[in-house]
Design a protein around this ligand. Structure first.
Ligand SMILES: Nc1ncnc2c1ncn2[C@@H]1O[C@H](COP(=O)(O)OP(=O)(O)O)[C@@H](O)[C@H]1O
Ligand SMILES: [Mg+2]
Length: 462
């Protein structure tokens, strides 16, 4: 740029040149030079500062570039960036490897040349998709590689400059083989999980079957030993009566017959026989009832919906679960007869057995063990035409359910019990059964301690 005439380009002040008629003293000249030199110093310092700043910016830029290059280099997906006409502007290491060519051999080439002729998505497709401002999402491409077509799943979008103008297209492709392998692994993991869950469901079934068998065996034990004891007594009576009858048939005289009768305690035997027989009958009936309950509650016939009384279901569940496992447990059942519901008595029995089992588990090792089961009829919420509900509450004197888990106890596989003791399926199965009966299951804690689990079912209406 030409300097403005008659001005000091550094200070902008008019210069006084030595000329005709002007006296330019030595002192003035020196001052002017000093000013010029100072100005030059300042300018130089400014230049140095700008240089340093530039170098710093340059270093930051190089670092950023290195970072981006590192990112691109470590990507395992193939990255190709093109301009808006589809000419390659940038590729990453994975792309160089896939195409078997160095980056500089790829740059500037049209995208179409990098794709196999039979590619399901073509370069024209890409350009028209981005021209409509749409993204390319999971589209399949076949890349032209030295080893033949390579199938990749591609995602892509427009690239914008800092002012927001579209300047190019970025495409990222992942070999479908890798995806398939990942899917395969996922499917295998899923299979494994399903198998484990099935095993747990099976374990839960076996455990409840085991409890059922143990409980029923325990229940049968009583009447059977009763029958057995009475049968032995009857056998002894029969032996004595036969011995007496033998004496009668042998024609013994009345005096010796009376003696034998006394020795054999025949009168006592005769008096005892009706009670002994009645006891045997009672025991046999009890066995018959237990077997009938077992049939009723363990059958799994889906269609077997019937009207049944909650009292008998509750009683048998308590008998089978609690008595055999915790003989010293104090049990209080107050479920009036006549609380009738419709459904599958076997399934509701299973719910009651599970609730009693949880209560027994919770009270294990605790000093004060009390199981309280109450049943009642209540009006349905909203009342009116809807009919009543039957509520059965199972309360224990265990530690209660901690607040932080109370929302999760119905989740399948949620358990706080050690492996082998709990599967976490009990309450989730009960919940499902309650829902199938158009009822519900609720877990809470009693203000005086212990858990209360309530089963609510619609009351059966004639
Ligand atoms: N009566 C109860 N008292 C305290 N906690 C209980 C009670 N019933 C259930 N729970 C809690 O709920 C969890 C889930 O119960 P459940 O589904 O029956 O599975 P599981 O008995 O196999 O653990 C239990 O592990 C326990 O933490
Ligand atoms: Mg349980």
């Amino acid at each position: 740029m030409p300097l403005p005439e008659g001005k000091d380009f550094l200070t902008d002040t008019p210069l006084a040149f030595a000329g005709a008629g002007t006296e330019f003293g030595a002192v003035d000249a020196e001052e002017a030079w000093i000013a010029v030199i100072r100005k030059m110093d300042e300018t130089y310092a400014e230049l140095v500062r700008q240089q340093v700043e530039l170098e710093e910016k340059n270093a930051a830029l190089e670092e950023a570039q290195g970072f981006i290059a590192g990112l691109l280099g470590s990507m395992t997906d193939v990255l190709v960036a093109c301009d808006l006409s589809g000419r390659v502007e940038q590729v990453n290491l994975a792309a160089e490897r896939a195409f078997g060519q160095r980056a500089d051999a790829l740059l500037g080439r049209p995208l179409a040349e990098l794709l196999d002729a039979a590619s399901p998505t073509g370069a024209a497709d890409v350009l028209s998709t981005v021209a409509r401002r749409q993204r390319i999402a999971d589209r399949e491409f076949a890349l032209a590689t030295p080893d033949g077509p390579l199938a990749v799943s591609v995602n892509g979008a427009l690239r914008f400059d800092p002012r927001g103008r579209a300047v190019g297209i970025v495409l990222v492709g992942r070999p479908i083989g890798e995806l398939r392998a990942a899917y395969h692994e996922l499917a295998q993991a899923h299979e494994h999980l399903k198998r484990t869950q099935q095993q747990l469901v099976h374990a839960e079934k076996m455990a409840s079957l085991g409890r059922l068998v143990a409980g029923v065996a325990h229940e049968l034990n009583n009447p059977i030993s009763f029958v057995y004891g009475n049968a032995h007594a009857l056998k002894r009576y029969a032996e004595r009566l036969i011995a007496y009858l033998d004496a009668v048939h042998a024609g013994a005289d009345p005096a010796s017959l009376a003696k034998v009768r006394g020795e054999l305690r025949v009168d006592r035997a005769l008096a005892d026989i009706p009670a002994t027989l009645a006891g045997m009958l009672e025991g046999a009936e009890r066995v018959r009832d237990i077997v009938a309950d077992l049939r009723r509650f363990s059958s799994d016939r889906r269609e077997a919906r019937e009207v049944f009384d909650m009292a008998s279901v509750v009683r048998s569940a308590v008998d089978w679960v609690a008595k055999s496992q915790m003989p010293d447990l104090s049990i209080h059942v107050s479920v009036p007869e006549g609380l009738e519901v419709v459904g599958h008595p076997g399934h509701i029995h299973q719910v009651m057995m599970n609730l009693v089992q949880n209560a027994v588990d919770a009270m294990e090792g605790r000093p004060d063990r009390r199981l309280e089961i109450t049943g009642a009829r209540v009006a349905a919420p909203g009342g009116g035409q809807k009919g009543g509900q039957v509520v059965v509450r199972v309360r224990d004197t265990g530690p209660g359910i901690p607040e932080e888990i109370i929302g999760r106890v119905f989740d399948p596989f949620f358990t706080t019990k050690p492996v082998g003791k709990g599967t976490g399926l009990g309450l989730s199965i009960c919940y499902r059964i309650a829902e199938e009966h158009e009822g519900r299951l609720e877990a809470a804690n009693h203000p005086d301690g212990g858990a209360v689990v309530a089963l609510v079912l619609p009351e059966s209406r004639p």
